[in-house]
Ligand binder design. Structure first.
Ligand code: GDP
Length: 360
């Protein structure tokens, strides 16, 4: 599965956030086939459309899409030197499709900061430096190999050039993700090279009431990490929120002045960052969101439900969520000419409510 790795310096609130994520985990009862792994938090992607669909179809239950987070402990200053980053750390972070960097931005004097002061900017630099150094080490081995391969006409010269360009970006102290646009790097091309900073980054600023209320502070950090997305949340608050019954949680959230839980924001931004989108199905049993990649065609989307659906794909009946809700039922949407029959080349759109026709 596609996962987002949670990384950050010690004592910034990673475990607190991760515990909140695992508490928010979709219950096994809802997902009989889900395996629960200790270092993976599988959280529902909030989607208000599912409740509406369940109303229209009289569905018994709602199954949201999910986003998986994996806990990647073990970054400290100097980690890329000497012994190097731990093998387990490297394996974990390489497996993750995106990196969520948790940074401390709360001012609790009782919680010791590893570097003695709370500075999100310095923390980001510390972590990114370690990741950049690790990527440079990777390229120092990779580039000579690519050069040899190109010499004997077995390698791709474009890949070699891309690797050399990447090295230049890293040498300037910039992550590949943030430097890609300016240096015209094609990150997809580099995908096979196991470079950590080529992955999309998300920054979570673990902050307090003061930070959550301070727009100027947030704007500054947003600008610092762009093009990566920034999320501001209070991990301790989030971990308390997930312990409450839904109505109590709603009340506590309202009291805090926040529009939605930070975990919901994180799930949504994580999902987007992975390049994913959903389509919807509904019936009397369940209203459900299915996860696909952006740009997938109808047969590919059908294959997420069952491989037979992809193989035997005939056509898809598609109604957009808005049209369906406006019409009030699929039958009414059909009469209003809002139900489309789409073939195998149809590219799925966000909010499509679909029924597939297939041969078995
Ligand atoms: P990790 O080492 O990054 O996993 O950090 P932890 O989650 O273990 O948190 C380190 C310490 O900071 C713990 O004592 C937490 O209770 C505390 N902590 C974590 N998040 C917050 C927060 O948002 N606000 C405050 N005041 N303390 C926090």
């Amino acid at each position: 599965a596609l996962t987002i790795g949670i990384a950050g310096l010690p004592n910034v609130g990673k475990s607190t956030l991760f515990n909140a994520l695992t508490r928010a985990q979709v219950l096994a009862a809802n997902y009989p086939f889900a395996t629960i792994e200790p270092n993976v938090g599988v959280v529902p992607l909030p989607d208000a459309r599912l409740g509406k669909l369940a109303e229209v179809f009289g569905s018994e239950r709602i199954l949201p899409a999910t986003v998986s987070f994996v806990d990647i402990a073990g970054i400290v200053r100097g980690a890329s030197e000497g012994e190097g980053l731990g093998n387990k750390f490297l394996a974990n972070i390489r497996e993750a499709e995106a990196i969520c960097q948790v940074t401390r931005a709360f001012a609790d004097p009782d919680v010791v900061h590893v570097d003695g002061k709370v500075s999100p900017k310095d923390d980001i630099e510390t972590i990114n430096t370690e990741l950049i150094l690790a990527d440079l080490q990777t390229l120092e081995k990779t580039i000579p190999r690519l050069e040899k391969e190109v010499k004997i006409k077995k390698g791709d010269p474009a890949l070699l050039t891309a690797a050399q360009d990447a090295q230049k970006v890293l040498e300037e102290g910039t992550t590949l993700f943030s430097g890609a646009a300016k240096a015209k790097l094609d990150l997809e091309q580099l995908a096979g090279l196991q470079l950590m900073t080529a992955k999309p980054f998300i920054y979570v600023f673990n902050t307090d009431d003061a930070g959550l209320a301070d727009e100027g502070f947030q704007d500054e950090l947003r600008a610092l990490v762009a093009p990566a997305q920034a999320i501001f949340l209070d991990a301790k608050f989030e971990s308390e929120l997930v312990e409450l019954e839904p109505d109590e949680a709603a009340e506590m959230l309202a009291d805090s002045g926040q529009a939605e839980p930070g975990l919901d924001q994180l799930a949504r931004v994580g999902f987007e960052t992975l390049g994913l989108q959903t389509y919807l199905t509904a019936g009397p049993k369940e209203a459900r969101a299915w996860t696909i990649h952006k740009g997938w065609t109808a047969p590919q989307a059908a294959g997420v439900i069952h491989t037979d659906f992809e193989r035997g794909f005939i056509k898809a009946e598609v109604v957009s969520f808005d049209d369906l809700v406006e019409a009030g039922s699929v039958a009414a949407a059909r009469s209003a000419g809002k139900a489309r029959i789409e073939g195998k080349d149809y590219v799925m759109q966000d909010g499509d409510v679909v029924e597939f026709r297939f041969n078995v």
